[in-house]
Design a protein around this ligand. Structure first.
Ligand SMILES: Cc1cc2nc3c(=O)[nH]c(=O)nc-3n(C[C@H](O)[C@H](O)[C@H](O)COP(=O)(O)O)c2cc1C
Length: 450
């Protein structure tokens, strides 16, 4: 139920499992076939290697995500690279939230290099991609119901070697016969290739789904729609869609707005515990219709340490008035920002007609200095996870959201007074009350749902 830039769905998912009763008698690598909601076996490999890699203690599986750049590039050209990263970030959020629904945990394993991920899931097997478009490895997450595995280097390499010795099946299919080469995409991919890093995945406290998704909903005021479905995480996830247009008049009240923002704040719970780095994405909000809050420009730093540097980097004349006791929301300017918000988001009316829209501002240069060029991807991934949470929060509030990948970066920076690359706007987002498009019909995703 992921959103996807242009509805092009460039993200592919793989899982690596041990023996699973009813599924497989040997450890295996599987490709998730979204069109059939099925697992396709790619490889069967040695059970000893899986045990030696710690796969059985506790039982876990690995989830690897890749992008097929061409799926976005045929339409969006060079911008495809960033859209693939946004989408992958949404998928990370979705995987972590899905794990929480099963009472499991999932977290990205920072030690895995892109090359190791490619070998683990076979996307580097040229013989299986003779005509098919290349898949770019993204990240790998461990998913477990028990203590979190640390997957040190030696076991990682042993696992990759065992998979390489395994029995491989299947071939990737080709999307298009003709292609346009967008060489910049390949250059960015090479320049940001992830060599893996010697960090262990953060050990997170066990959380159950009630803790992960309950309190903010329980603590908030009455829903826009008083429907019990909005307390059911599964129903919310399955009903998530993007708004095509907003009504341009409905407002949200301040407690619900703050509750929504508080869910976008990081913490040691899902989905934020899937990410191994400290938060780098901050929200610059154009508040249009929030009862109890003046319209205007606001900022929500998602990391205390960034507050001072954001202040120093932005326009001197900003107010910096604290606007909430429960979240670090600051008013920068008061006034009607609807036309400006619409202009900045490629003139899309959805940026002006909702309760609010926002730009996700990444702590850019400093993050890349700290974690290297490959962290460019991670910044987009974090923005995708923030987007995934806001999509679900909007549904929970009886409203609707839309991710906005089309915006004008530099004018956004001008509005905020940002110079250079210290902070960069990476993704926009909007939330409001949707207008149903009566020309559209909804069909079940899969035949067995009919
Ligand atoms: C990274 C990203 C960027 C997007 N950018 C835009 C956008 O600029 N304008 C827009 O109307 N929708 C945008 N969308 C929404 C997609 O068009 C939408 O997710 C897709 O059509 C699938 O529909 P659904 O979300 O209802 O399942 C974006 C979605 C994502 C994930």
């Amino acid at each position: 139920m992921n959103p996807s830039s242009g509805n092009l769905h460039p993200t592919e998912a793989y899982i690596v499992t041990g023996v699973v009763e009813g599924l497989t008698e040997t450890p295996a690598v599987w490709h998730y076939a979204a069109d059939r909601h099925a697992l396709e076996q790619r490889c069967a490999f040695d059970p000893d290697a899986w045990r030696a890699a710690g796969g059985d203690r506790p039982p876990m599986c690995l989830v690897a995500l890749t992008s097929i750049h061409w799926r976005e590039a045929w339409k969006y050209g060079e911008r495809a690279f960033r859209y693939c990263q946004h989408d992958l970030g949404h998928a990370i959020g979705a995987v972590r939230i899905a794990a929480a629904l099963a009472g499991w945990r999932a977290a990205m394993l920072p030690g895995w290099s892109q090359r190791e991920i490619a070998s683990l899931i076979g996307v580097d097997r040229a013989e299986d991609y003779v005509e098919a478009e290349q898949e770019e490895p993204g990240c790998v997450l461990a998913m477990t119901a028990g203590e979190f595995p640390d997957a040190p280097g030696a076991r990682r390499i042993a696992l990759v070697e065992a998979v390489q010795r395994g029995r491989w099946l299947g071939r990737a299919s080709q999307l298009s016969e003709g292609h346009v080469d967008w060489t910049l995409i390949d250059e960015i991919a090479r320049a940001t290739e992830d060599p893996g890093r010697s960090l262990v995945a953060p050990v997170v406290a066990a959380q159950d789904v009630a803790q992960d998704f309950g309190p903010a909903h329980n603590g908030r005021s009455k829903d826009l729609r008083d429907d019990p479905a909005h307390f059911d995480a599964r129903a919310l996830i399955l009903q998530r869609r993007s708004a095509l247009a907003f009504d341009g008049r409905s407002a949200i009240d301040l407690p619900r707005f703050v509750a929504m923002l508080s869910r976008a704040m990081p913490g040691r719970h899902a989905p934020w515990d899937a990410l191994w780095w400290t938060p780098r994405i901050h929200l610059a909000l154009f508040v249009h219709r929030v009862d109890g809050l003046d319209p205007g420009l606001y900022i929500l730093p998602r990391e205390t340490a960034a507050l001072g540097r954001l202040k120093d980097a932005m326009h001197r004349g900003f107010l910096w008035e604290r606007a909430s006791d429960s979240v670090p929301l600051f008013r920068l300017l008061s006034g009607d920002g609807r036309a400006l918000a619409q202009r900045l988001s490629c003139d899309q009316e959805i940026a002006a007609d909702g309760f609010f829209s926002l730009g996700m501002i990444a702590d850019f240069d400093r993050s890349l200095r700290e974690h290297g060029p490959s962290f460019y991807r991670h910044l987009f991934w974090e923005s995708g996870v923030v987007g995934q949470v806001l999509y679900l929060e909007a549904e929970a509030a009886g409203a609707r959201a839309t991710g906005i990948g089309c915006f004008y970066d530099d004018p956004v920076h001008d509005v905020l007074g940002l110079e250079g690359h210290a902070f960069q706007s990476l993704y926009h987002f909007t939330v409001g009350v949707p207008i149903e498009d009566t020309r559209l019909t909804t069909e079940p995703g899969y035949s067995w749902e009919a």
